[in-house]
Ligand binder design. Structure first.
Ligand SMILES: [Zn+2]
Length: 685
């Protein structure tokens, strides 16, 4: 029964922290699967690492004025730590800037090159003469030839999901300078995907028609039906893995060539540390290779990487690629650049020791077959109505009653009633039911099966009412609590893949972590007694606690703030006003002034009464800035004053001029002033 599994989770890209979209799409289902495979006695290598090459990292580094290495060091540490804190049980978390990865990727390339599996070709590529650089991937944007999206990238259109070559784009534009690129000749290595079309058709469209998810199968089919073309596996860039071939100077491996090889190098790193042989995990035909990814990576894991593995010749191919669809947040697409996300480090800080709540909410509502929506209200409901009201409530009642009636000792059962026997038989059926869902990569269904076992326990107690029977039938009460404790013990083991922190807590409460009554996954369906009479359990502690409306409102307010900032940033720029003559302009007399005094206009929110030294005189100006500044803040400030504006009375105070202001993205007013202190009264022209 025991099998070897190589389970990979998409390498996160190191240009930002992890958010709930990544977790729901890839890391939570992958971790449930890996934990479940370990619990059922298999040999598991659960592999991941940071993807540290590619154009977006170099663009980000340029923007921030640091090196690409600075960027990847920062986010690699951030991502690795938040995965650990969230309980994702990678056997190894590596990074593609590691030497072992550079060596492995170069060796892979050399093998393919030596076998004649590449086409070397000089082609015309987009070139930005001003930046002195070839433009590929994210360095170039333009119109998608398939769907007309005007913001497609040189490698992919995010609107229709097409994978593109930079030269496919209509009206290409350099992302570095904004220039229209020219064409220039350069040599590259191409993987002839068309050559592998026949094998891919056989292997996926025929052999995996039944066991791959329809969303994955459908995407692959449409790509193959479209016709596959040779794809460049090298790039003219300076950040990445140098091309190990003559003529490859100044070129690196395409990030999508090196990244999946990262699974192999991470396995090597792990095996070396553990004193194991890495090769069976990638080359033994009895090993099951499973890639967990999001839907944007399907082409790379189902077409390009398998073609590479096949061309190399000594590797196994994935058994399944259970890609998920996308998760939205409160009805809108998750976006790193718009800060429309729930970031994992923020969640861990705002909800300490509540990892399982997010794991559960994301699994119960996973985007397995279609895009799905995360809402804070649903998160709260999953916690309050399911984890607290069903799972937590059941365990709490069992533990409290056992302590109250029997000083925490599991009581003796006497004769079982029909309901008892049905209940005990139902427990035994649960492992197979949950397994069946997990084996088909239906994790939300599996999580609901787990919850139905807790529901069964809750109903059993509610129907049998031991708290009433204790007064009339002590023997029966003992049997009821014995049965309820068996359910609790089954839950402690079966919840581990889904709610690992809860599993540990519950095992502590039942005192089964270190004693001889610890159950393995298969025991739940084979053993008649999971928690024997006479066993001493511990004192209760609540497994879950209610989340109040206030907490949810705070999270929604955070998102509202993001929305406001985005709206402000995208505020439409007012169109230019009518042309004026130079003569018109010279009519405006603008001077540098200094604010000497300020006070609030009584009974108004917006107005300050200012005394301003204009250099000509000291005069009163009423200004609508009180919502952005206190009087104390503005005294001493140098400002720009339009001094020859006709005076007018505001709330009975005559205002003699106007102070020039503008507004930040957040709506705060700011003064337009000279960058350095100058003499009051200087003219602005
Ligand atoms: Zn498109």
């Amino acid at each position: 029964m025991s099998k070897r599994y190589t389970i990979t989770a998409a390498l996160p890209y190191t240009n930002g922290p992890i958010h709930i979209g990544h977790l729901a799409g890839v890391y939570v289902p992958a971790d449930i699967y890996a934990r479940y495979k370990r619990l059922t006695g298999n040999d598991v290598a659960f592999i991941c690492g940071s993807d540290e090459h590619g154009v977006p990292i170099t663009i980000k580094a340029k923007k921030e004025g640091v090196t690409p290495q600075d960027i990847v060091d920062k986010y690699h540490a951030n991502i690795k730590k938040s995965f650990e804190d969230f309980g994702i049980t990678f056997d190894n978390y590596s990074r593609t800037s590691a030497k072992i990865h550079h060596d492995t990727a170069q060796e892979f390339f050399k093998t393919l090159n030596d076998k004649g599996e590449f086409i070397e070709d000089v082609t015309e590529q987009l070139y930005d003469a001003e930046a002195n650089q070839f433009l590929a991937d994210r360095f170039v944007t333009g119109t998608c030839p398939k769907c007309g999206n005007e913001e497609a990238y040189g490698d992919q259109c995010e609107s229709c999901g097409s994978s593109l070559n930079a030269t496919d784009l209509i009206n290409p534009k350099s992302a570095i300078t904004g220039n229209v690129p020219s064409l220039k000749e350069t040599k590259h290595w191409f993987l002839p995907l068309d050559k592998h079309e026949k094998f891919l058709k056989e292997w996926i469209l025929k052999d995996h028609k039944k066991d791959w998810k329809p969303n994955v199968y459908g995407q692959v089919k449409s790509w193959i039906d479209d016709g596959l073309r040779p794809r460049a596996v090298t790039r003219d860039l300076d950040w990445g893995i140098p091309v190990p071939a003559s003529g490859g100077e100044g070129k690196v491996l395409y990030v999508w060539f090196d990244a999946p090889i990262g699974y192999i190098s991470s396995t090597k790193e792990w095996a070396a540390r553990e004193g194991k042989d890495w090769e069976p995990y990638w080359k033994d035909k009895d090993t099951k290779l499973v890639h967990f990814i999001g839907k944007d990576n399907i082409v790379f894991h189902c077409i390009i990487f398998p073609a590479m593995l096949k061309a190399e010749g000594s590797y196994i191919l994935p058994d399944n690629v259970p890609a998920n669809e996308f998760l939205n947040l409160e009805g809108k697409k998750l976006s790193t650049s718009k800060n429309w996300a729930v970031w994992l480090p923020d969640y861990l800080q705002d909800f300490p020791n509540m990892q399982d709540v997010l794991r559960y909410a994301l699994t119960a509502n996973a985007p397995e077959s279609k895009d799905n929506d995360f809402t804070w209200k649903d998160f709260q409901a999953r916690n309050n109505n399911e984890l607290v009201a069903i799972f937590g409530n059941f365990i709490n009642r069992v533990v409290v009653l056992t302590n109250k009636y029997y000083e925490g000792v599991v009581p003796e059962a006497s004769e079982f009633s029909e309901i008892d026997n049905e209940t005990l038989a139902a427990i035994k059926a649960y492992p197979a039911v949950i397994e069946s869902s997990i084996e088909r990569y239906r994790f939300r269904e599996a999580s609901q099966e787990l919850m139905s076992l807790a529901r069964l326990g809750n109903k059993y107690l509610a129907d049998e009412e031991p708290w009433k029977l204790i007064k009339t039938d002590e023997v029966r009460t003992k049997t009821i609590l014995f049965v309820a404790l068996q359910i609790s013990s089954a839950l402690a083991t079966l919840c581990e893949p889904f709610l690992p922190f809860t599993s540990t807590k519950l095992k502590d409460i039942l005192s089964v972590s270190s004693s001889g009554v610890q159950n393995q996954w298969p025991d739940i369906s084979t053993k008649d007694v999971l928690l024997p009479s006479g066993h001493q359990i511990g004192k209760g502690e609540l497994l879950f606690s209610k989340i109040e409306d206030k907490t949810i409102e705070e999270q929604l307010e955070k998102l509202e703030a993001s929305k406001r900032a985005n709206e402000a940033a995208n505020k439409t720029i007012e169109p230019q006003k009518d042309i004026i003559t130079f003569e018109d302009f010279t009519k405006l007399d603008m001077r540098v002034g200094t604010i000497l005094e300020a006070e609030k206009m009584p009974k108004t929110k917006k107005l300050l009464i200012l005394k301003v030294d204009t250099g000509i005189d000291i005069r009163t100006i009423v200004s609508g800035i009180a919502e952005s500044f206190t009087p104390e803040e503005v005294v001493g400030k140098q400002v720009t004053v339009l001094v020859n504006l006709a005076p007018r009375a505001l709330r009975g105070v005559e205002s003699e001029g106007m102070i020039l202001m503008t507004e930040t993205a957040e709506g705060k007013l700011v003064f337009v002033n000279p960058g350095t202190t100058v003499k009051s009264g200087l003219q602005i022209s």
